[in-house]
Design a binder for this molecule. Structure first.
Ligand SMILES: Cc1ncc(COP(=O)(O)O)c(C=O)c1O
Length: 403
């Protein structure tokens, strides 16, 4: 009889990556340095980075404001326990409240953790004020993270059968169908939760009329409106937060990615009437540590500088124009998205191959769907770097379509 241990033990791995858990197919490239929009690998090759840590490095690789904030704060105070206030936690919470129009902030370490917090806060609010209502309406193809609850909240088809049984209490509807949300609201419903733009799904926008109608519907029905701005927040769409395009404010918003500009930092931001945690409900060893919070402050101060967001819009328009031209030249389809979160519909299932070929030519782009490429460069990208990317992409597409 085979022992359980033998059954569980895979073939021993060898080679330079053997000790790294094999959770995703990775190319053999090893990155060792980054500056602005460029990465360098261990062989000294340069890559123009239109992934930027998955829309994380909003100021590019190793930007001066983050380096300075890290160095300054590391000299002063790195961590003093979340059981105490620290000056950077207070400063970042104030900045986020000021810019969002919301009131209270819980700092966390990842997008999934912030969303987990949003789900818990909504359920806590439901227990206190809505007769124990706990269900959250989320969107098909939505993405909210990789903890068990956030996977359950996500609408990623590949996850439907994974890690069963899931956390219950999530009802999925189609994006941009207001009637579907209205029909799904019951006395058990506590919130509707969505991304202003579904990034991981392939860059699909919640339309502005839909966002406005959803805000009105949730207010009318007395349920919470939760926006996952983990990918769209902190300038990515040309405004500080994605919701500003619709002129609506959520009851709860989550942030990560751009907020830390590359370091692990996230935030759960809530309206004061929803911020109803009891002591002990929420916390975490690293939550609100001054080192990461100092970086968050530096990022927000940079993005809030006069002209910064206008330049993001301008760069996004320029990138979209150039992608439209690429699309016409190669018989591709629409350009989706807003600001510097864009996708090109290739009209054929060649996106992974194009991303691989592009990498061999020194360009990093992401393929979130078999038929689409996603572009999420640093918000500081120059027109010249966009031109360089377009020229590499043109050559890559020509090759991929020839084959
Ligand atoms: C919209 C959205 N929500 C949540 C997450 C999860 O964030 P994290 O990977 O930091 O946990 C992501 C990550 O891609 C995301 O795009």
């Amino acid at each position: 009889m085979t022992s359980t241990t033998a059954l569980l033990a895979p073939e021993p791995q060898s080679g330079p990556f053997a000790a790294v858990m094999d959770i995703t197919p990775r190319p053999a490239t090893v990155f060792v340095a980054g500056h602005g929009s460029w990465l360098t690998d261990s062989e000294g090759r340069s890559y123009l980075d239109f992934i930027q840590g998955w829309a994380v490095n909003c100021l590019g690789h190793s930007p001066r404001p983050i380096l300075q904030a890290l160095a300054r704060q590391a000299e002063r105070l790195i961590n003093c326990s979340p059981a105490f206030y620290n000056d950077q936690m207070i400063r970042l919470a104030d900045l986020l409240a000021q810019h969002s129009g919301l009131h209270q902030v819980f700092l966390a370490n990842s997008g999934a953790e912030a969303n987990e917090g949003a789900i818990k806060l909504a359920r806590r609010w439901g227990t206190k004020y809505r007769d124990g209502a706990y269900e959250i309406i989320t969107m098909d193809h939505g993405f909210h993270g990789r903890t068990l609850a956030t996977m359950s909240a996500s609408g990623k088809p590949q996850w439907e059968q994974l890690y069963e049984p899931k956390v219950t209490g999530f009802v999925k509807v189609q994006l941009n169908k207001l009637a579907a949300v209205a029909a799904a609201i019951t006395p058990q419903t506590v919130a509707v939760m969505l991304e202003p733009i579904q990034g991981e799904a392939g860059v699909f926008e919640a339309t502005i009329p839909y966002m406005r109608a959803l805000r009105a519907l949730t207010r009318d029905k007395g349920v919470l409106f939760i926006l996952d701005e983990i990918q769209t927040g902190i300038g990515r769409t040309g405004r500080m937060f994605g919701f500003e395009h619709a002129g609506t404010t959520p009851d709860i918003m989550t942030l990560a990615k751009g907020l830390g500009g590359g370091v692990p930092l996230a935030a759960l931001v809530a309206h004061r009437v929803v911020s109803c945690c009891e002591y002990g409900d929420q916390g975490g060893t690293f939550c609100g540590n001054p080192l990461m919070a100092a970086v968050g402050c530096a990022v927000i101060e940079e993005v809030a500088k006069p002209g910064f967001l206008a330049r993001v819009t301008q760069a996004g328009d320029y990138l979209a124009d150039r992608l439209h031209a690429v699309s016409r030249r190669h018989g591709c389809g629409e350009i989706r998205g807003r600001g510097l979160l864009l996708a090109l519909d290739l009209r054929r299932d060649i996106a992974s191959r194009v991303a691989d070929l592009a990498r061999a030519r020194g360009l990093l782009v992401n393929a979130p769907r078999p038929d689409s490429l996603r572009f999420m460069p640093a918000l500081t990208i120059t027109d010249q770097e966009i031109d360089t990317m377009i020229s590499i992409l043109d050559g890559t597409l020509a090759d991929a379509l020839k084959a």
